[in-house]
Design a protein around this ligand. Structure first.
Ligand SMILES: NC(=O)c1ccc[n+]([C@@H]2O[C@H](COP(=O)([O-])OP(=O)(O)OC[C@H]3O[C@@H](n4cnc5c(N)ncnc54)[C@H](O)[C@@H]3O)[C@@H](O)[C@H]2O)c1
Length: 320
């Protein structure tokens, strides 16, 4: 099958494209190298893809590309492209979130509506829940994002559902719960924590560290995408969690154990927009497409740590 992956030079998109290629598909990867984090990191993410038989890369912004032309001959879409940070979604940059997360999603859905796709998988987020009242959280609770980023991801998800209802675009939305592992975005907590363990720097923890998160190893998130493509029910949204809900402070202790380093922590007040806790009820994904996360937190963090240790020079060179 010929598959489009948007956001292909990003963290999750690059893993997904590798997996699709190794499964015998051809991949049309699209990415604008958005400057949310440095291009050099995204080029590093693409290293193993560029030049591989079956992989084609288009550098460009979804807002400008001829999507009708790009989608001709494509049988499925994994739409990962977005501007993804929560904290920077307040203030002046919000218009970038609207453009990249909402307008681009609408344009892609619009172009997809007469293409007879087998599936359109939309990368949604646990941030659509905000401060959920029940844990683990089911998909059918009320959605009340607590960040502008969450608002845009929810808008994208609602658009996806609308295009299914209105035009039959076979959309499935996956609400990822904090994904980690090799190539994780440099703004994300585990990246910063592991980097501090490697370099001896200190980290900032917003809040007390007692907040809990459901962490999903990237290989599990990729597996969820493939399964949702085959068996996800069109028009539905699914939680994709990692099966471990742990306190941030315990994750830091685990990184110390794996690395043998002591991490210096500066505590700051919680930031506006950070959910207090997240925990995914994945029984719907398990029921519909047999999703069950296999990576435990220690195993996943060990892989993440080993990868960053090997790639640390790139991040140090970029002053990250
Ligand atoms: N990483 C997580 O924990 C997490 C959690 C929940 C949801 N998500 C969602 O998963 C998706 C992937 O996240 P990620 O962590 O890999 O982020 P990422 O920033 O590493 O990847 C996103 C990629 O999309 C590209 N992009 C953005 N706007 C574009 C546009 N208009 N045209 C073309 N390319 C564009 C960027 O250049 C980037 O390479 C995003 O939609 C994000 O909202 C991620």
């Amino acid at each position: 099958m010929r598959i489009m992956v948007t956001g292909v030079s990003g963290f999750i998109g690059s893993h997904l494209a590798e997996r699709l290629l190794s499964g015998g598909h051809s991949v049309l990867g699209v990415d604008s190298f958005l400057d949310f984090y440095p291009r050099e990191i995204k080029e590093n993410n693409l290293k193993s893809l560029l030049g591989k038989p079956g992989f084609e890369f288009v550098e460009g912004d979804i807002i400008d590309l001829d999507l009708n032309e790009l989608l001709s001959g494509v049988e499925g879409v994994y739409h990962q492209a977005a501007i993804a940070g929560v904290r920077t979604s307040w203030g002046g940059r919000f218009s970038e979130y609207v453009k990249n997360n909402i307008s681009c999603t609408q344009l892609l859905l619009e172009a997809a509506k007469d293409k007879n796709l087998k599936k359109f998988v939309y990368a949604s987020s646990s941030s659509v829940y905000g401060d959920a009242e029940a844990f683990p959280t089911r998909e059918d609770v009320q959605l009340r994002p607590v960040s502008p980023y969450g608002v845009t991801k929810l808008a994208g998800e609602n658009l996806a559902t609308l295009y299914y209802k209105g035009y039959g675009v076979p959309v499935v939305s996956l609400r990822y719960f904090t994904v980690y592992g090799p190539r994780q975005r440099p703004d994300m907590a585990f990246h910063r924590f592991i980097r501090a363990a490697i370099t001896g720097g200190s980290i900032t923890v917003f809040g007390t560290g007692e907040q809990t998160r459901d962490f999903t190893f990237v290989t599990d998130a990729v597996e969820a995408n493939l399964r949702a493509f085959s068996d996800g029910v069109n028009g539905e949204s699914y939680n994709i969690g990692g099966g471990t809900r742990i306190k941030l402070i315990d994750a830091i202790r685990l990184i110390e154990e794996i690395s043998g380093a002591k991490i210096k922590i500066d505590y700051k007040d919680s930031e506006r927009g950070d959910a207090r806790h997240t925990s995914a009820d994945v029984s719907k994904a398990e029921r519909d497409f047999n999703y069950s996360p296999v990576f435990g937190i220690k195993e996943g963090l060990t892989e993440h740590y080993n990868w960053l240790r090997e790639n640390i020079d790139l991040y140090l060179k970029l002053n990250l």
